[in-house]
Design a protein. Structure first.
Length: 149
């Protein structure tokens, strides 16, 4: 039963605009760089729901017994734009640096691992809070101003 729920969420995510198409070499949300961002455009009336799920995601990562999930928690920060976005949406940025190479950052999968009985409700709240989809951005460092010559 639990596997069926996860499969349903992972398959329905792309239909909801919450993940990019998955190809044979890149399963889920895996970054191919040293740092990355995920841009999330959220309906202004659903920011509390989105932030509640973000807190559950944080708990899932921090409480995990999986060392990879703990590494992901260490490099994952969430920012909220102070300026309104398109159609008065609210922009949230998942800033991930350093990226855990090969780790899957799919929110539904992380939530399922920690909260299998809650995942359907959490994912519903999460997906319904979006005014658009997510945009995953791989970043390449070209200059570090904190390093002296």
């Amino acid at each position: 039963m639990e596997r069926r729920r996860l499969l349903k969420l992972l398959l329905c995510g792309p239909l909801l605009g919450l993940s990019r198409p998955v190809d044979a070499q890149n399963q889920g949300r895996v970054f191919g760089s040293d740092a990355g961002m995920v841009l999330n455009t959220i309906k202004p009336e659903n920011t509390a729901e989105f932030e509640m799920v973000v807190e559950r995601l944080k708990a899932a990562l921090q409480q995990s017994s999986d060392p990879v999930r703990k590494q992901q928690a260490h490099g994952w920060k969430v920012f909220k734009s102070l300026e309104p976005g398109a159609n008065n949406s609210v922009l949230y940025v998942f800033w991930i640096s350093p990226v855990v190479k090969g780790a899957d950052y799919t929110v539904s999968k992380i939530l399922f691992e920690a909260f299998p009985k809650e995942v359907e409700d959490l994912y519903k709240r999460f997906s319904e809070s979006y005014s658009g989809g997510q945009t995953l951005v791989n970043l390449q460092l070209i200059s570090d101003y904190g390093v002296s010559l």
